[in-house]
Design a protein around this ligand. Sequence first.
Ligand code: GCO
Ligand code: MN
Ligand code: MN
Length: 386
Amino acid sequence: MYQPKAEDKFTFGLWTIGNVGRDPFGAPVRGELSPAEIVRILGEVGAWGVNFHDNDLVPIDASPAEADKIKAEFKKALDDTGVVVPMATTNLFYDPVFRDGAFTSNDPKVRAYARQKTMRAMDLGAEFGAKVYVFWGGREGTETDAGKSALDAGKWFREALNFLCEYNIDQDYGYKFALEAKPNEPRGDIYLPTTGAMLGFITTLDHPEMVGVNPEVAHETMAGLNFMHAVAQAWDAGKLFHIDLNDQKIGRYDQDFRFGAENIKQSFFLVKFLEDVGYSSSRHFDAHAYRPADLADVKEFAKGCMRTYLILKEKAQQFKEDAEIQELLAEITADDGSMAPFFGKYSADKAKALKAHTFDRAAMAQRGQPYEKLDQLVFELLMGVR
Ligand code: GCO
Ligand code: MN
Ligand code: MN
């Protein structure tokens, strides 16, 4: 039961399984794993795919010979395990050169270098078959607005994406770009801090059809927002190209906990949404194990992410089949059809008829909406007592 299958499209980043447990207050607590070793672990726990930043695979200072060796070992591990590479991305945050941002740095040399690094990273991702390209601008922000224009920053980011879309076309890579928002951390404030902000920004690009979003549970939750609502908006816009699943307490630092570790009900509504609409891209776990975990526990962390998703998927199915729940839903959403003439496309006649209609406001305000009963049933369903 709850064994992951290829069609679940569960993926992990090299940086997730490979997370060494470093934090701002403490040194690494786990040994480094090579990319090939991580792929073998993913094969063992039953994941479908692995994603990487350019420098997760090839260190920033690697010689061409070193790069070739790492890539050959990685390729062999992929072939041996059947693990695939659906997504790639660029590390534009770790190296000191990006201390004031990449595409939005005030230094034109850094902005140009960020484009060069991204083109090379796109080449690397394409070499392994990646079709989604994520942009997470962790350093694209400020601590103080004294020295950087938010307007210029937006313009530079737009120009960079337009340039890279053309490169994608030029090379015939067929990437879809997925923009990942985060409100803060590591910068004091990060530009375009929410999925909604990204969706608005995408409409200003030269190739909006090529660009969508990669919403992350932890990031909207840090800001105290309802993640599933952001996902629904992205889905409605046809822009849900990728998703980063993990968990998080509201208002904290970016915790990137195991999927479902914190907010069981919200995780359930998210899985239910993705399954109801038929989301079919990667289900990527952008999370890492608790710092005290050893390698055996890292594997439990990875299995736990996938198992929780599958358990919640089963619960979503039960929700659909639960007669009492469905009855309540039918009651809450009941429609006697009497308002149909007022809906749909505008016409002057419709507007006139609607303005003239008399509503029984007092009766409408009394209609039952048993959300309490329904929510308790959801709770009981999730607790396994239904
Ligand atoms: C974070 C971010 C990152 C990005 C990753 C891919 O919380 O630090 O979510 O993990 O998703 O860098 O771009
Ligand atoms: Mn995160
Ligand atoms: Mn992420």
